[in-house]
Design a protein around this ligand. Sequence first.
Ligand code: ADP
Ligand code: MG
Length: 464
Amino acid sequence: MLNIGLISKAPPINLTEIWTDFLREIKSNVTQMTFNTWFLPIKPLEISNSNIKVQLPSQFFWEWIDEHYKNLISKTIQNVLGEQISLTYIISEDAELIEPDKEIIPQIIEKTKAIPPKQESNAFLNPRYTFDNFIKGENNQLARAAATAISENPGGTSFNPLFLYGGVGLGKTHLMQAIGNKILENYSDKRIIYLPSDIFTVQFVESIKSDKVNEFSSFYRSMDVLIIDDIQFLIGKEKTQDLFFHIFNTLHQARKQIVLSSDKPPKDLKGLDERLISRFQWGLSADIQSPDLETRIAILKKKSEDYGLLVSDEILEYIASSITSNIRELEGCLIKLLANSSLNSKDINLDLAKRTVKEIATDRKINVSIDNITKTVCSALSIDENKLRDKTRKKEIVLARQLAMFFSKELTKSSLKTIGLHFGGRDHSTVIHSCNSIEKMQQEDSSIKTLVENLRSQIELACS
Ligand code: ADP
Ligand code: MG
């Protein structure tokens, strides 16, 4: 396609027909979402003996297509037209403002190649994540219900934006992807994009470098559904936040659906632009908590079925009661169990399950340090870290200190003595006492239990 070839016979002349053939063939080679996002917006303008001219919404758009679909387009044009033909495109974000023609030839493509998106949009949308395989539990009730509602009616509910938050490995990404997949199924004409916020930042930075911020921005503003995961990674990225603010406003005003996720509720996103925080609260914020035992067992059952594993209820219950705060880890345990069983040609039995759980706990401890536990606990409770080493017996400082000791014992391999030394040279019996009192408080006070679970997720997130 990209070479101007010698034309030996007259090409078919009906542009619409040719274009329909072209799209039909493309459609059978890409997913529905790719098709809607990247091919439907291409407008055929005219065809001559040697050339098809099309209009694209933006330079950014073209370069994404070029990077990902050059071969496919080239092959398809050849198939449809039966010979080599060149493709000319014009860029127009606004049909009335048509820029001069730009001929696409390989050299130019090489030069303009430095375009951000490393992957196409749906490369991030994984069909594996659906509502069907998302287990309902009290921990995710509201989030799941709201996610279902907007999938039925994107942009048409008051849940805009839908803001999902919660600790690591609790199902935020799964749910957001399920939303994307479901909308795609319900509304095949919608343009949907899902991506993690750090990728958004990388793309933005690259668009600055290549002087394509406008294209970048108008690309996102042209979406019907914008799903951005882990929005907390925009903290400290003022320029990205600023651009995102404008994209958000445009989409929201046009009643396009926005879905965001974060490890914390909007109001706790310290360091994020206040204007964004207030907008995030316009719609619905729904949290996902750690799952209870029944939900954990149900998830394990479903996952083991999915993997085609035969695991007894006793073993599933054992795993579910040993791994409590993170669904990703539950799943990881199952996979590891499978690996251990096949590597050692052993049946999956309770002993092997116990060994596997132990291994998981060891893996986890490698990454966690007392320092990052202290940091996380203190920042969550807004306490000065130095205070934990002081003698002070102020209630909230005692609680923070006990929590930090409790997690240091649970999540690191440090000895009681080492832990004590970290907190102002206290002895090992103080550490034991702290751990016991956190255990006891959790049993007596459900808000402490929730606090412990949230902190554990945050520590794991900070150390992962
Ligand atoms: P997060 O984005 O909150 O860190 P993920 O969505 O990546 O968490 O979830 C981690 C893993 O746990 C994924 O494999 C996901 O499929 C699984 N998972 C989480 N919640 C559920 C659920 N309710 N039912 C089934 N699987 C779940
Ligand atoms: Mg996630």
